[in-house]
Design a protein around this ligand. Structure first.
Ligand code: GLU
Length: 559
């Protein structure tokens, strides 16, 4: 009977692990088992003890092998899960009018490298272009010289290459100034815009009072004359602006005669010689129209812009693209504001744009998170209008599924403590680089008599199992005795299974985590993994950032 119960428990523990991409949860497994196998209910009191051992066994298997193992011993459960998955698989909703292909765009400002918020816009638009076919324009929105960082042009391109977006065209707005100037002239001629020389504060008061300013009654000729003077640099910054004639009684003051051009004297633009700049609502409409953009997916924070932009479409008689505005996405635990990031970097608080405390894509990549995982995580979030908070857990689960199969396993001993083990047979442990796939080979750890162990594990007395070696019994500081090879005995004694290294075999290793730094020793072979992810058993996945004669430095990814 006991073997039968164990078999059932094992199957459901595996299923739970496969389903959640994580070590199985005892409660959930217990519930599932008793539900599916009522005949086991009379044995309910024996189950927890059996289950504990089963859960350990499953947890010791590499996550990658769970699904295959389940398929082997209980294919019907895999089939059942696939059914459920099909029903709940999150798919992006269709876009109206997209059947014959789309033209979409990703339009970042080159003010810094891309961060997680950008990734959402970038991947959602990308997914639709891939689904419907068409073109995907990268539009660099650099018509505000105050928000241009000359280095960001290259950083943005690099980030986009790393994401693997299917960009088909690249457009720089700063190359298109003459186009915007011509269109402004046309809008003035259509009676849709006027040049306003009112003091900004005065205009604001009039606007709040729903009252026209004197400039609103300029004739087209007067406006064209003022516009020419603007272009001829007859005005200084702050003295003049071009406004769209909207509705002065509009309930939202932000809609009332908003600005579309202004003068910026400094800083100078890094790419062009200009002083008259379009504001985003104008350049975005001009380009969305001229580039034939069919669908725009952007955040809810642009809804007011969409409303403003409609006035410009109407004056020109152009058809606006189809818009979707997704909800806000809170991202906890990292810095996202470009200006705070820049200040912190300048002040030396952060080491650079890829500091682990930042939410930039390069910081996340440095932590070993693959672009594909970011993509899956933001596509899961989708284009819903509800505000949500970004799930790091989901990102980590996606990443784990990607990196686990290629990550070799190694021992890392944080805060190492030297322990002499008496009466133990000298031997060489052969530990698989990847349990469950012997073809990947083994690491050899030669035990003589002294090991180093993680400080936290040797604090108390009692039995400890040195992973893949044998059991020891602690006998006071730095002293232990051999306590046999039996894994079952260690389990029965609830002995912690710890990583160890033969004395002198490790190299210094520093693991940076957002919560702090772990220092210790790791296997010497890890020095050959710079740029790759390894799994430090019982610690988690770590991307090895660099290795030199002083040791290795890794960035913690997730458990
Ligand atoms: N450049 C704008 C931004 O990064 C996007 C403009 C748009 O989506 O229309 O917020």
């Amino acid at each position: 009977m006991e073997t039968e119960i164990r078999r059932v428990l094992y199957i459901y523990a595996l299923q739970n692990a496969v389903k959640h991409g994580n070590v199985p949860n005892a409660k959930a497994v217990m519930g599932k088992v008793l539900g599916a196998h009522p005949e086991l209910r009379p044995h309910a009191k024996d189950i927890p003890a059996l289950l504990a051992g089963v859960l350990d066994e499953v947890a010791d298997l590499p996550a990658e092998s769970w699904q295959a193992k389940l398929q082997e011993i209980a294919p019907e459960l895999v089939a059942e899960m696939n059914e459920v998955r099909k029903e709940t698989k999150k798919e992006l909703p269709p876009l109206e009018g997209a059947e014959n292909g789309v033209v979409m765009r990703f339009a970042p400002n080159p003010s810094g490298p891309l961060h997680l918020g950008h990734a959402r816009a970038a991947f959602l638009n990308d997914a639709y272009v891939k689904r419907y076919g068409g073109r995907y324009v990268l539009r660099i929105e650099d018509t505000d010289p105050r928000r241009v960082d000359p280095e960001a042009y290259e950083m943005v391109q690099e980030d986009i290459r790393n994401l693997g977006l299917g960009i088909t065209d690249i457009v720089y707005q700063s190359d298109r100034m003459e186009i915007y100037y011509d269109l402004c002239r046309q809008l003035i001629e259509l009676g849709g815009a006027y040049v306003c020389t009112c003091d900004a504060e005065r205009f604001r008061e009039l606007k709040i009072a729903k009252t026209a300013c004197p400039c609103r009654s300029h004739t087209v000729e007067e406006n064209l004359d003022l516009w020419d003077q603007m272009l001829a640099e007859k005005f200084a910054e702050g003295q003049v602006t071009v406004r769209v004639k909207t509705d002065l009684t509009h309930p939202d003051p932000a809609m009332r005669d908003f600005s579309i051009f202004r003068i910026v004297d400094s800083p100078a633009h890094p790419r062009i010689d200009a002083r008259v700049y379009p504001l985003m609502n104008f350049s975005v409409v001009a380009d969305d129209h001229l580039l034939g953009i069919t669908h725009v997916i952007r955040g809810k924070d642009h809804i007011a812009n969409t409303r403003r932009q409609q006035y410009i479409y109407d004056y020109f008689g152009w058809k606006a693209p189809v818009y979707r505005h997704y909800g806000r996405m809170g991202i906890e635990g990292v810095v996202l504001s470009t200006s705070s990031m820049r200040e912190g970097i300048n002040a030396g608080t952060y080491t650079g744009w890829d500091d682990i405390h930042l939410g930039t894509l390069r910081a996340i990549a440095r932590r070993g998170i693959e672009p594909e995982a970011v993509k899956e995580a933001v596509l899961d979030i989708g284009i819903g209008e509800t505000d949500i908070s970004f799930s790091w857990e989901n990102l980590y689960a996606k990443n784990k599924a990607i990196v686990d199969p290629s990550s070799d396993r190694f021992f890392f001993v944080p805060e190492p403590v030297r322990v002499t083990v008496e009466d133990a047979p000298a031997q060489t442990a052969e530990v698989p680089l990847y349990p469950g796939n012997e073809a990947r080979g083994v690491r050899k750890l030669a035990f003589e008599s002294v090991v180093v162990l993680p400080k936290v594990e040797v604090a108390g007395a009692g039995m400890i199992r040195l992973k893949d070696l044998f059991n020891i019994e602690m006998r006071g500081e730095g002293q232990a005795v051999y306590a046999g090879d039996d894994l079952a005995a260690a389990r029965a004694a609830k002995a912690p299974i710890v990583q160890w290294l033969p004395e002198g075999a490790g190299i210094p290793c520093t693991v940076l985590t957002p919560e702090g730094t772990l220092t210790g020793l790791c296997e010497a072979a890890v020095a050959r993994y710079a740029g790759k992810t390894v799994q430090f058993e019982r610690v988690g996945f770590v991307r090895i950032d660099r290795a030199d004669e002083t040791g290795v430095v890794g960035y913690f990814s997730h458990r």
